[in-house]
Design a protein around this ligand. Structure first.
Ligand code: ADP
Ligand code: ADP
Ligand code: MG
Length: 461
């Protein structure tokens, strides 16, 4: 089958990224947009654009009926959901198929199975993948929760089964905290995700976040190696790398094989990511969740493997089998991605929308800037603050860091505060150069090193 046209059911930088892949494959693009997004870059780049509703995401980008109506009106063959919004909504995937269109992603059933973080733990266990010690299923009472901690000890994480984007997670350090937090967590999960389901996981201290990129065509599954995403703030990734330079080769092989085993066990179709925590001291890894969509940080994998993951998603959705076999996929060099947000890192990361007065983008070998920006663009205040991602490749990690510092000094965004100063300081930091960090590193570093000079030392250098 040939895909001739696609509806891009997202916004921002990922919409631009999807349009670029579609154009490379000769696919006609139709971009949806909210009333606040008429000027966005993806609208300008697409062959056609359709307004789907008011600025509030619930009334536009999360409105299944409005998106499907646009797809029918534009007479497209397929819908690409990007990340966030409806990308991990199994009912949306089903609605797209029911409308006679192709959903670029796994089936609704696969999304529901793997997107429920408790159900996914069971899938992982059945596939022989180690999970974080915790509850066997959903926990419906405090008594049950306390019983789990007899096995795991404290601290524990109370997690929402339907959580995502770093939200719906709390830490309890003792039984008293568990007692106060359990009902709060349940109410919050219900309000935020429409599902109050909770589960418990032991806190893995000094863990690294390592995740494996997979591609499946329903018959076979391959992995495109792993990413290291330990630099996080509020459990949201800030800086990502590939490969994960400190995981020993034999552990790395097991990790990638386990992701493939898990995906094979459900006949996975599409691009996906299996996330793990890795404990440096014990060299154990533990499954945490599957993301059944393209991820924000996918470009670092593209830079080291040469595979265009979004183009692969289109090919798989069109019914083709994987264009690569495992033995073809090799890692070359090292890549780092910096998320550039419209937030002021010197003022508690306050989001600050506004007008882009000037934009200077670094260019050259091994440098890529995936963005939604152009000069004169006014950033609307209703959505995620991600403006773009600077991705840099080098022969090895040292070369990559040097090139990154160079590229960051050439990246100029005037008009709104951005997280560029934070990334410049990180790129110049000795601990980062050594790779001596874990998932709690950045928050402490922000309170100490960065608070001391707001990254000014890096700016002078
Ligand atoms: P990645 O693993 O690709 O970095 P994130 O977990 O950061 O993904 O999420 C990607 C985007 O999707 C972010 O903009 C995030 O805010 C959004 N997102 C993810 N899950 C949810 C959810 N359940 N509800 C709302 N937004 C979400
Ligand atoms: P989300 O669906 O919001 O992405 P995850 O379950 O993937 O949530 O967890 C997000 C982050 O929270 C992880 O990358 C890690 O930093 C931290 N985290 C999650 N579970 C644990 C755990 N059991 N122990 C320690 N840190 C954890
Ligand atoms: Mg996650």
């Amino acid at each position: 089958m040939k895909l001739r046209s696609v509806l891009v059911a997202n916004r921002g930088e990922i919409a631009v990224r999807i349009i670029r892949a579609a154009k490379a494959l000769g696919i006609r693009t139709v971009q949806v947009y909210s009333a606040a997004d008429a000027d966005m870059l993806a609208v300008k780049l697409a062959d056609e654009a359709i307004e789907i509703g008011p600025p509030a995401p619930k009334k536009s980008y999360l409105n299944i009926e409005a998106v499907i109506a646009a797809a029918k009106r534009a007479n497209v063959d397929a819908v690409h959901p990007g990340y966030g919004f409806l990308s991990e909504n199994g009912d949306f995937a089903d609605a797209v198929v029911a409308a006679g269109l192709i959903f670029i992603g796994p089936s609704g059933d696969a999304i529901r199975l793997l997107g429920d973080k408790v159900a996914a733990r069971t899938v992982a266990e059945k596939a022989g993948v180690p999970t974080v010690p915790g509850s066997d299923g959903r926990i419906s009472s405090l008594t049950e929760a306390l019983a789990v901690t007899e096995r795991t000890g404290f601290p524990v994480m109370i997690k929402a089964a339907a959580g995502g984007g770093g939200r719906g997670i709390r830490i309890a350090n003792d039984p008293a905290e568990l007692e106060t937090q359990f009902p709060q967590a349940s109410a919050e999960a219900l309000a935020s995700f429409g599902d109050g389901g909770l589960y418990l996981e032991k806190v893995i201290t000094r863990a690294r976040h390592v995740e494996v990129q997979i591609l499946g065509d329903g018959m076979d599954v391959v992995h495109c190696y792993e990413r290291e995403c330990s630099l996080q703030r509020r459990r949201q990734k800030v800086w990502e790398e590939a490969p994960s330079f400190l995981v020993p080769p034999e552990v790395r092989q097991k990790l990638c094989d386990s992701a493939v085993a898990l995906a094979r066990s459900v006949g996975y179709r599409g691009a996906g990511t299996v996330e793990y925590l890795y404990d440096d001291e014990t060299r154990e890894f533990y499954f945490i969740e599957v993301n059944t969509r393209i991820q924000v940080e996918h470009p670092v994998t593209e830079m080291i493997t040469g595979i265009d993951l979004v183009e692969e998603m289109f090919r798989i959705a069109a019914g083709a089998s994987l264009s690569v076999v495992q033995s073809d996929i090799a890692v070359k060099g090292h890549a780092i991605e910096c998320r550039i947000n419209a937030e002021d890192p010197r003022r508690g990361f306050m989001p600050a929308p506004g007008r882009i007065e000037r934009l200077d983008v670094p260019e050259g070998e091994g440098i890529r800037f995936d963005t939604m920006l152009y000069e004169g663009y006014v950033i609307p205040p209703f959505y995620d603050s991600l403006l773009g991602k600077l991705i840099v490749w080098g022969e090895d990690r040292t070369a990559c860091l040097a090139r990154l510092s160079q590229a960051l000094s050439q990246l100029k965004i005037k008009g709104v505060p951005t997280t560029i100063p934070l990334h410049r300081a990180l790129a110049a930091d000795a601990q980062i150069a050594k790779g001596a960090f874990h998932t709690r590193f950045l928050e402490t570093w922000l309170e100490t090193e960065f608070a001391a000079d707001g990254g000014r030392a890096a700016e002078v250098a």
